[in-house]
Design a protein around this ligand. Sequence first.
Ligand code: NAI
Ligand code: MG
Length: 338
Amino acid sequence: MAHTVSLIPGDGIGPEVTEAAVRVLEATGVAFAWERFDAVGHAGVAVHGTPLPDRVVDSIRRNRVALKGPVTTPVGAGFRSVNVSLRQRLDLFANVRPCKALPGVATPFEGVDLVIFRENTEGLYRGIEYYDERLEVADSIARVTRRGSQRIIRFAFEYARSHRRPMLTLVHKANILKATTGMFLKEGQRIAADFPGVTFNDRIIDNMAMQLVMHPQRYDCIVTTNLFGDILSDLCAGLVGGLGTVPGANIGDAAAIFEAVHGSAPDIAGKGVANPTALLQSGVMMLRHLGEARAADLITRALYTCYAEGTTLTRDVGGTAGTEEFIRALIRRVRAWR
Ligand code: NAI
Ligand code: MG
């Protein structure tokens, strides 16, 4: 039986990398029925008068799973981020971002293997913002709830335990943001008692930023609030060869959306040079989520082989190939080993 999956190609490099990932996913022989939505973000405003039409959210709610390309968010003013809205409307509280270098990719360090758990629905991304024209004062309010903290921290601990990862580091700024990240830290310390097999520690965000660029190998799983998690996941992507390869999953009780960490990359959009690996690896996470472990292993093996050989890689990871050439090399292997 085919898996029905909501598909949001997005904009910028989104459609290029989404099409590439879909072709590789289909080459495994797993059957998909895609419910495709092109008009989101700017295109959504133009076609439906809204960046995130209800029918997109309804489709994901029905199918419980989506594969999504990046969607551009206007800077400073304009519509609210489609990405943030989707995560909040579907209550996808856990943003899981594994960072591990593929073979042959030049990185500043060897042996980095991190998983970031970013709280995905609260904090400064709640959208509680005010500007007082008369006083010329702007406020953004961070909202952290006990329940919201508990569920992401528990999720991270459970992942660490089930994936046999020895350590979880909670990142906060509880010395200054005592109410919000202070509560987050306190919940972490309490929940840690339920997971004696996972070593728990905490770091203040500024120190953590330095630690990660000095000795990232000392860290394993990282759980943190929304804004810190957003920043640390790009930092960690940089540690393992850049945004072109790092996948992600937004997981909640009602649904899961799989998407890369990277954005719409307007600087390279439409040039046929984008690296589809990050979205494809998100697709691999989706296959595991759907119980298609064999197909997931198959794509991973093909990816690792292509990267180890290093002859057909995209520019961002040191190669000269375009998206199409890279995808063909991958699909050849997937088909041969299927
Ligand atoms: P970005 O991630 O789009 O690009 C940062 C840099 O990484 C650029 O130099 C880009 O060329 C490179 N890059 C990113 N993905 C790549 C890939 N697959 N292959 C090769 N190179 C790649 O970040 P930026 O420029 O800050 O954001 C652009 C837009 O994307 C913004 O509107 C932002 O709001 C949106 N965005 C959307 C996300 C989503 O839909 N989940 C996530 C992050 C940003
Ligand atoms: Mg980000």
